[in-house]
Write a protein of this length. Sequence first.
Length: 282
Amino acid sequence: MTRINEVVLQNLLWTLAVITVVLVTKNLILRGLHKRIESQEIYFKTKRAINGVAFLFVLFSVIFIWIETSGSFLTVIGLFSAGLALALKDILLNIAGWLYILLRQPFYVGDRIEISGIKGDVIDQNIFKFRVVEIGNWVQAEQSTGRIVHIPNYKIFTDPLANYTLGFDYIWNEIAVLVPFESDWKKAKKIMYEVLHALTDDLSLDMQQQIKKTSRKYMVYFNNLTPIIYTDVTDSGVRLTMRFICKPKQRRTIDEKIWEELLERFALESDVDFGYPTMRRT
């Protein structure tokens, strides 16, 4: 019994020594890189890679220490597997999620994602969780709220993940404009086309190139990437819905430019105006 206690104590001391040396070495390396690397994006990617290597080194070193002294891998499994399965369930799931994110790369730092009902821009990812700067919620047009949300890695297995930017840096956006029945809706639609093309034509070439590149990896294609305006009728007038592609993080900016242009252009026309909810009696 004394011999077993000595072996366990020795293993614990070696385990503690390995963890201490790796943590100190990792922190020294990161401190030196932080002073040398000016790009924040490159530093975070490098930091994530170093953290991953350090974790794997500690994991395999500890396994080797305990297997080497116990004499049998089955002995180690018998001693620790039952306890680990219960006590460390969430931790192991988070580690599995981290490995999945590292290998399959469903998102990168800087991507805009939505998971578990939370939308945000990924700013960090480590062994147990990833962090996003929240967008939307009480703020319109998916602008940042300023809050940092911590999301466990295991959510990647349990909840659907939407990536705004993976493979294709654009999303479809829509703006609905209501025009009264008394207005010239055809002229209004023509003006809206002119405004849309003026603000989005410079994106066409880049979009075509990205679609071609993305289609080699995913079964993704669009028959038409040019802006389009749909016409339908409501109780208060003719609704003209502009549908166009824009970058996710520029959605509010492009919306503002479109509305300002429409306000100026409609103001120049005597037979074109904006509508609003009304009740008509005969």
